[in-house]
Each structure stands twice: as structure tokens, then as C-alpha cells.
Design a protein around this ligand. Structure first.
Ligand SMILES: [Zn+2]
Ligand SMILES: [Zn+2]
Length: 421
């Protein structure tokens, strides 16, 4: 399995490289179907108008299907910000022929939420914009939220909560998604979300739950702590990824994790969890949900918060990872090739975290995990493995703030997937 995945990643020519295109998408979005604060058709239109090729609407434990009415009072309460009424904006955008309202028994105005099948017909355009069925399977273990996005599923999946251990809970939810994919006869992507949301998961959890193949290296929700926190050792997302990859490859003989970028958008009228922050660029032959998921499962994608790559390739024979950055005037780029060498220090130390955390003790790993092996300021950086590395991945870092940063210091970056393992 490993060699098949790699050969497809390494030699996209097998798929007809000339026919492959990059598609921009976000797989993590919330609407009024759960705790987002706008109509799913409004949100989908926003993404379509902002240059996205695909969107996964991933409400908590529900698909956008069936009949659901929401009162205008609830909608306005969720808006948080000041400004025009949400229903007025909806009417203005789609027209009163499309918007369906009624008065309930208490005389309150209610609006019906459109189902994915309904708004898909309004907004999709072949080859230009695709809506992918998704769900955020929102499980938990004690105080720890364990959220996993299932992308391209066909029926709502109910989370399994509070099993024997945190890792077992994660594992069984991932297995449920994998079994659903088999039953549905289509590829379903599962990505574990925001390990630092309420400090739910550590790098060791992500390493040892080997059923997982994806995690969010960047999530645009401000409560996610991409940079971790000093009071919790090894909580920086970059460290989490490198530690998990190192343990998997060196100790468990398992593939590394792939990193996705997402929005986790909830707020569409101002507020803090707004859209347009993190996304994936997927290289596929066509804009089709199965093709996109299969490409991601092969590792043929990168995550971004503002950097575009014209190409990323790994030549297995030469053991060279190459990037072609789409340069913009006035922007400085630095590419860091990060990895861990085979002779890394495996010693760990148990360290206390804040007592209120779901995991009040965490493992501190050696400083030589996930070090910068080389860096480059050019637009075509490359790295040839010497044979001493367990894996290498590239991060392109600019000197520009993100257009709409989740935290004031978040820069435009891109992350490629680990290679050479
Ligand atoms: Zn979540
Ligand atoms: Zn979410």
C-alpha cells in the first residue's frame, strides 16, 4: 500500500500529469444547520465568489438534509454583530422566490433551511464550483472534544463518545467513517480537527491513533492555538505534526500524517471565526468529489494561508523534493525543509500542564525532532535527502500577514506533505 501511494504521489505522470489541475477548497464550514450563523446557500455563494472551487459544509453531527426551520429571532441572536438583518441579506441575495418563510404557532417568523441537494442545484457549476457533502463528527472523551471531519459521506454519522480511553474514542470514530466509506462504495476523507481546541489531544495521541491519516495543520478558528502555549509542552501545531510523524515512521512503522488547512468558519457577519483563512489546494484530474478525496488520500495536495505553489513534486529516484512558488511582487519567501533524522533522541519527559486540562500531563520530546534541515529564499527551492532523514516536509513562510488572520501575527504560509519516508 505504501509503495502504491508513493508512486502515485511521485509520478503523477501515471495519471496523466498534463490533465491535472489545482483546485482550491475548504472542507470545514458551519451553517445554521448547526452552530454557524448564516444560511448554507449564502455561505456557499461567499466561497464561490471568493475563488474557491469546492466547499464541504461540515455541520456538527448532521448533514444539510431533512426539514429544518429556524426562527428569525434565533438567527438574529446568533449573528452577534450589529448590522443588517440576516434574513434581509438572504432575501436580497437570492430573492423572495427562493427564500421560504412561515409564521409558527406562536406567531414567530421562521425560515426553512435549504438542503444541500436544493442549494447544490442553484450554486454548482461543472468544472467551476462543487459542493461536497461533509459532516463534523463531534465526539468527545470527558472534557476533551474529539472532532473529525468526514468528507464525501452519504449519510449522517452519529459520534461515539466516552469509550474506554481518549485514543479508543478517536479510533472507533475513525473506524466508523472508514466502514461507512466501504458501505457507501466511495472514498471518504477523515481529518482529525484542532488538537489544541480545549487542549484535547497531544502529539502522542495523534501518533498512536494510526487509523488517522490527516490533521489540521491550520484551522482558522481563533480558539485553536496554532502556535500552542508555553504552559503546555509540545503544543505548537508544527511540533505536533513533526512529533507524530517521527513516532509513526520510526517507532510504529506507519505512514505519517498529512496536513490540511481549513476555516472552521462559524461567523459570517463580522465576529471572530470568519471565512477565508485556511484552505487546501488539491491536484486532481477533475472537479469531482471522489477525485478530490482520492488525490488527498494520495497526498497530492498542500495546505495554505495565502501562498500559491505552481508545483510541488518529489522525485523518488533522486530523492528530491521541489517546489515552484508563485511569486508576488514585494513579497519575501523563505522555505524551510523540516524533518527528523533517524538518530533522533527518543527520550521523553513527563511535564505538568494546567490542572484544568483534559490531559494534565504531557510528554516533552527531544528538541531534534522536526528541525529545519535547510532553508531557501528562492522561488524554486529544493531539498535532496541524504538518507539520514525519516521524512522531510516544506513550509513556505512569507513576510506578509494573512488577509484575515485568526491571530494578529499569522503569516501567509503553505505546507507541503511529508515525503521520503
Ligand atoms: Zn470542531
Ligand atoms: Zn468545526
Amino acid at each position: 500500500m505504501r509503495s502504491i501511494c508513493l508512486s502515485l504521489l511521485l509520478f503523477p505522470v501515471l495519471l496523466g500529469a498534463e490533465d491535472l489541475r489545482w483546485f482550491k477548497g475548504n472542507t470545514h464550514t458551519h451553517s445554521l444547520w448547526s452552530d454557524g450563523n448564516d444560511f448554507p446557500d449564502m455561505i456557499s455563494a461567499w466561497y464561490k465568489e471568493h475563488g474557491y472551487d469546492f466547499l464541504g459544509m461540515s455541520d456538527h453531527n448532521t448533514l444539510n438534509s431533512g426539514e429544518k426551520w429556524v426562527t428569525e429571532a434565533v438567527i438574529e441572536k446568533k449573528k452577534i454583530a450589529l448590522g443588517p438583518k440576516v434574513l434581509d441579506k438572504y432575501n436580497q441575495k437570492f430573492g423572495t422566490d427562493w427564500v421560504e418563510t412561515r409564521s409558527n404557532a406562536r406567531g414567530e417568523l421562521e425560515v426553512r433551511l435549504k438542503t444541500l441537494e436544493e442549494y447544490r442545484r442553484k450554486l454548482e457549476e461543472p468544472g467551476k464550483f462543487l459542493l461536497v457533502q461533509a459532516e463534523e463528527v463531534s465526539a468527545g472523551f470527558g472534557k476533551a472534544p474529539l472532532h473529525i471531519n468526514a468528507v464525501n459521506l452519504t449519510e449522517a454519522l452519529q459520534p461515539k463518545k466516552d469509550l474506554q480511553t481518549l485514543r479508543e474514542t478517536l479510533r472507533q470514530n475513525l473506524q466508523m467513517i472508514a466502514e461507512h466509506a466501504v458501505k457507501a462504495g466511495r472514498p471518504v476523507l477523515a481529518h482529525v480537527n484542532h488538537p489544541n481546541f480545549r487542549w484535547a489531544m497531544t502529539a502522542d495521541d495523534l501518533a498512536h491513533v494510526v487509523e488517522d491519516r490527516f490533521f489540521e495543520i491550520y484551522n482558522g478558528h481563533p480558539g485553536i492555538y496554532y502556535a500552542g502555549e508555553a504552559s503546555r509542552v509540545d503544543s505548537d501545531h508544527e511540533r505536533i505534526w513533526d512529533i507524530a510523524n517521527t513516532i509513526r515512521i520510526a517507532e510504529l512503522k506507519q505512514p505519517p500524517l498529512y496536513g490540511v488547512g481549513t476555516d472552521d468558519s462559524h461567523n459570517y457577519h463580522g465576529g471572530s471565526a470568519t471565512p477565508g483563512r485556511g484552505w487546501v489546494m488539491v491536484r486532481a484530474a477533475k472537479l469531482d468529489a471522489n477525485a478530490l478525496v482520492e488525490a488527498m488520500q494520495r497526498g497530492d495536495f498542500y495546505a495554505s494561508t495565502g501562498v500559491t505553489l505552481d508545483d510541488v513534486s518529489y522525485d523518488k529516484a533522486a530523492r528530491t523534493l521541489k517546489l515552484k512558488i508563485q511569486g508576488r511582487p514585494g513579497v519575501k519567501y523563505r522555505t524551510e525543509f523540516r524533518g527528523t533524522l533517524k538518530n533522533y533522541d527518543r527520550a521523553v519527559k513527563e511535564v505538568d500542564a494546567p490542572a484544568e486540562d483534559p490531559q494534565p500531563r504531557r510528554l516533552q520530546h527531544g528538541a531534534d525532532i522536526g528541525t529545519v534541515l535547510a532553508s531557501s529564499e528562492g522561488l524554486e527551492p529544493s531539498y535532496t535527502l541524504t538518507g539520514d532523514e525519516l521524512y522531510v516536509r516544506a513550509i513556505v513562510i512569507t513576510d506578509q500577514l494573512m488577509e484575515n488572520p485568526a491571530q494578529p501575527d499569522h503569516l501567509q504560509k503553505a505546507w507541503t506533505q511529508p515525503v521520503g519516508w
